[in-house]
Design a protein around this ligand. Structure first.
Ligand code: SAH
Length: 519
């Protein structure tokens, strides 16, 4: 819709790849823009922050398409703004460092479009830092240069004055230089650097594929060839490279290099994602579950009737954090005061559920040792008395075990489906590619429905045989029931923690990797 209003364009530095290395200002622009224009150097996870309804335009390379030409991108930004849209153009690293932001800004200006340049963390500094190489050091280098290695040799010689650049600063950082590493090393030695000067190439820094190759000016070309080392990489030349031996840190995290697909509902994924992230994993959210309020007439009526008897319950039994959240939503909708449950004891299946209750000012009276329905049954057996009445607010997919056992114990169990679980199948342009290239190393499942829905969602993303696509990937299930569902579908499960909690999952996975690395 053209309202006559001209939109604003944010030229945002996305950082080197780790999606948390974006500035707060950049994130704010991303969150509020109508359109996001991005390419491969900006971490794809950043797009999760965009508004659901925001248009996402990929201008990078696809199997059947070249990267969009710079002129076309410039024009695209102008066109979108003239349509009245606010636009975030995400650019890898910092937009002003070999990012051609000048050309984009210039055309915007010519067309009267307002813009902001939001700086980012350039790969020139951050990628070495993630490899344990500081670009300056009190004793080793008091200055650094950032140089492009992109041009063809004759042009490279025109734009780079080797005689001046070679010794101008202690550290030299080359971007886009992998293909020219031989030529670059040769020029540096020719103009006075010792052939023994340390050199490091850091590929895909700050990401799961981060890999570092170290050599000296006289052997690095050969090493790059032997290792078949590919771009993108940052090249660091100078004595600071040796710091890596003591300072390397990212690679030491237990889940370094692991790309983990988290299948939970987006609203619940954050805790799991944050914990995996902390241990060095690169997380990738693929929410295959959506929870929502049920809207069928009969369901709503059942809930209303059950809540109308709030004063009669001896027990309120909650078997998931979602259950708690939706139970309270219904109380609000139906204007039922929680104090009407004055007779009831509250039971929670696990610590997370208990915590959700505690947030709302209710201390769980009962919490089993093993955080599953079985544990709850054991605990309730002996406590409940025949003739008592229990309310079980739960999701539509909840297991039958608990109400069945309660009835066997003579308890009147009233189940209400306070929320519904639906399949979410996010269209994800990378997922099929990442699976095909074996770039996903771990998948986490936190319920049986995440297993079933992932297979469905993968099909909807064009993967014909999802079970085959998951072969060779480490599968982490929160507990035995989820694991059983996975195995039933032919998925081989690698890790099931002792305690069926998020913490248990993350710790069991980290422990496995510590052992595999011989720590
Ligand atoms: N504006 C960007 C640089 C764009 S030029 C910035 O400030 O970082 C593209 C080059 O950046 C690549 O060829 C590579 O040399 C470097 N680069 C960007 N991200 C990188 C990463 N995660 N790991 C290694 N090199 C990276």
């Amino acid at each position: 819709m053209n309202t006559g209003k001209i939109g604003k364009v944010y030229l945002v530095g996305a950082g080197p790849g780790d999606p948390k290395l974006i500035t707060i200002r950049g994130l704010e622009a991303l969150k509020r823009s109508d359109v996001i224009v991005f390419d491969r150097l900006a971490g794809p996870q950043l797009l999760n922050h965009a508004r659901q309804d925001a248009e996402r335009i990929y201008v990078g390379k696809l199997p059947d398409r070249h990267t969009m030409k710079q002129e076309d991108i410039n024009q695209l930004l102008v066109d979108l703004a003239l349509q009245g849209k606010s636009v975030t153009r995400l650019k890898g690293g910092d937009p002003t460092v070999f990012g051609r932001v000048g050309e984009e800004a210039e055309l915007l200006r010519q067309n009267g479009v307002e813009y902001e340049i939001i700086p980012g963390i350039t790969s020139a500094i951050s990628v070495p830092a993630y490899a344990g190489i500081p670009v300056t050091h009190r004793d080793l280098a008091s200055s650094f240069s950032v140089i492009t290695g992109h041009e063809s040799p004759d042009k490279l010689d025109l734009s780079i004055h080797w005689d001046k650049v070679t010794n101008a600063t202690g550290t030299l950082v080359f971007l886009m230089g992998v293909a020219k590493i031989g030529y670059i090393s040769e020029q540096l030695v020719k103009h006075g650097r010792s052939p023994q000067t340390p050199v490091a190439l850091v590929q895909w820094g700050t990401r799961a594929e981060q890999r570092t190759l170290v050599g000296t000016l006289d052997n690095i070309e050969e090493k790059v060839r032997e290792a078949n080392f590919k771009p993108p990489a940052v090249i660091v030349v100078g004595d600071v490279v040796a710091q890596r031996e003591t300072l390397a840190w990212a690679e030491r995290k237990p889940l370094f290099g692991q790309r983990v697909l988290v299948t939970r509902a987006r609203s619940q994924a954050s805790e799991l994602v944050a914990k995996l992230d902390d241990l060095g994993a690169e997380t990738y959210e693929f929410p295959v579950i959506e929870t929502k309020l049920p809207d069928s007439e009969s369901n709503v009526q059942a809930i209303q009737e059950a809540l109308a008897q709030a004063d009669d319950y001896d027990w309120v039994i909650l078997t998931s954090a979602n259950g708690v959240e939706y139970f309270f939503r219904w109380l609000e909708r139906e204007a039922v005061d929680i104090r009407r449950f004055h007779r009831a004891q509250f039971a929670a299946v696990g610590p997370k559920t208990a915590q959700e209750l505690a947030h709302r000012g209710i201390r769980a009276d009962l919490l089993p040792e093993s955080y599953q329905a079985e544990g709850l049954v054991d605990k309730l057996d002996g406590l409940v008395k025949p003739g008592q009445k229990a309310l079980l607010p739960r999701g539509d997919l909840a297991r039958e075990l608990l109400p069945k056992k309660l009835r066997e114990l003579g308890v009147e169990a009233v189940e209400i489906d306070v929320y519904e679980t639906a399949l979410a199948a996010p269209k994800d342009m990378w997922i099929a590619e990442m699976l095909a290239k074996k770039q996903i190393h771990v998948i986490t499942f936190t319920s049986s429905s995440t297993v079933v829905n992932l297979l469905e969602a993968l099909k909807l993303n064009g993967i014909e045989d999802p079970v085959a696509a998951l072969q060779g990937i480490e599968i982490v299930c929160i507990g035995p029931v989820t694991a059983e569902t996975a195995e039933k579908h032919g998925i081989q499960v690698t890790v099931v923690p002792q305690h069926a909690t998020i913490d248990g999952m993350v710790e069991a996975l980290a422990e496995r990797h510590r052992i595999m690395r011989g720590e």
